[in-house]
Design a protein around this ligand. Structure first.
Ligand code: AMP
Length: 293
């Protein structure tokens, strides 16, 4: 697996792959790779060759009081994992390669970027959309793979791809979890043993909501009450938000009757974790839901 540091060299490899009519897949990451990232690579390999992973800790998506400088960086291990997973190339530019002096163009996906994660992390999605558009421009992939773990981010990228007529198909892949239900995240590395134990409360809250949904509950307020009650059982957990939203607009809804998300953001100490449950009425029986945990 080749590691590529410059945009010029990345573009040259892309030019060669296109000349051979190959299907290019891109898996953008910030490194500190785990099984969730590996699952994206494996999914990409089903459709594409070459599969290009990127590692770039994007300074523009971190707020001034966020964890950019201490974000986990495990580059050598990441390279090994990507090699083992069968990625064909790794694009790992330094920040000045992506944002040279004088850089001044940004992408804003209005509306969607202001809610939930966007409200808690002002400017976050502007940074995400900008770097993802740049990566898509550089790598020109036929397919790009994102995790549903970051549901709002995936939705924003889909919207950007549609609005800006990008040639890349965006593929959103399922959440990969630890055996106890905690969604894998590079930020889980920040948790001390007590916080790690308490962090399962996100999954427990979603499971409690799932039980209600399976019993036929569709009222958002009732579901929210269950979420809050479950989260309140964990003294180390501090709620940022727990909402039930339309899967398209990410606006709050009062009743589940179309594709929706239950979205959670919770602090364990200084570490902020997110998780979600995706709900999809069955086309054949709209009163019944497919529940994607
Ligand atoms: P990150 O390195 O955190 O920026 O994540 C890179 C990609 O991996 C994003 O598309 C994430 O949504 C995805 N991802 C992160 N964690 C998971 C997970 N537990 N399951 C599936 N995808 C994930």
């Amino acid at each position: 697996m080749e590691t590529i540091r410059t945009i010029a060299w990345m573009k040259e490899l892309v030019r060669q792959a296109h000349a051979e009519s190959r299907i290019i897949g891109l898996v953008p990451t910030m490194g500190a790779l785990h099984r969730g990232h590996v699952a994206l690579i494996e999914r990409a390999k089903q459709d594409c060759s070459p599969v290009i992973a990127s590692i770039f800790v994007n300074p523009k998506q971190f707020g001034p009081n966020e964890d950019f400088s201490k974000y986990p960086r495990t580059f050598d291990k990441d390279q090994e994992k990507l090699e083992q997973a069968g990625a064909h190339a790794l694009f790992a530019p330094e920040a000045p390669e992506i944002y040279p002096p004088g850089f001044s163009s940004y992408v804003n996906v209005d509306g969607l970027s202001d809610r939930l994660e966007g409200r808690s992390r002002p400017g976050h999605f502007r940074g995400v959309a900008t770097v993802v558009l740049k990566l898509l421009q550089i790598v020109q992939p036929d397919f790009a793979y994102f995790g549903r773990k970051d549901a709002q981010q995936s939705r924003i990228i889909l919207q950007m791809a549609r609005d800006l007529n990008l040639n890349t198909e965006i593929v959103v892949c399922p959440i990969i979890r630890e055996p106890d239900g905690l969604a894998l995240s590079s930020r889980n590395a920040y948790l001390n043993p007590d916080e790690r134990h308490a962090a399962t409360v996100l999954h427990r809250a979603l499971e409690a909501a799932r039980t209600e949904l399976q019993a036929g509950v569709r009222d958002a307020l009732q579901l929210q009450t269950i979420l809050h009650a479950t989260l309140a059982t964990e003294p180390l957990a501090k709620l940022d938000y727990a909402e039930i939203v339309d899967a398209h607009s990410f606006e709050p809804i009062t009743r589940i009757s179309k594709p929706s998300y239950i979205v959670l953001a919770v602090f364990l100490g200084k570490t902020r974790l997110i998780d979600n449950l995706y709900l999809e009425p069955k086309p054949s029986a709209p009163d019944e839901l497919d529940i994607h945990l």
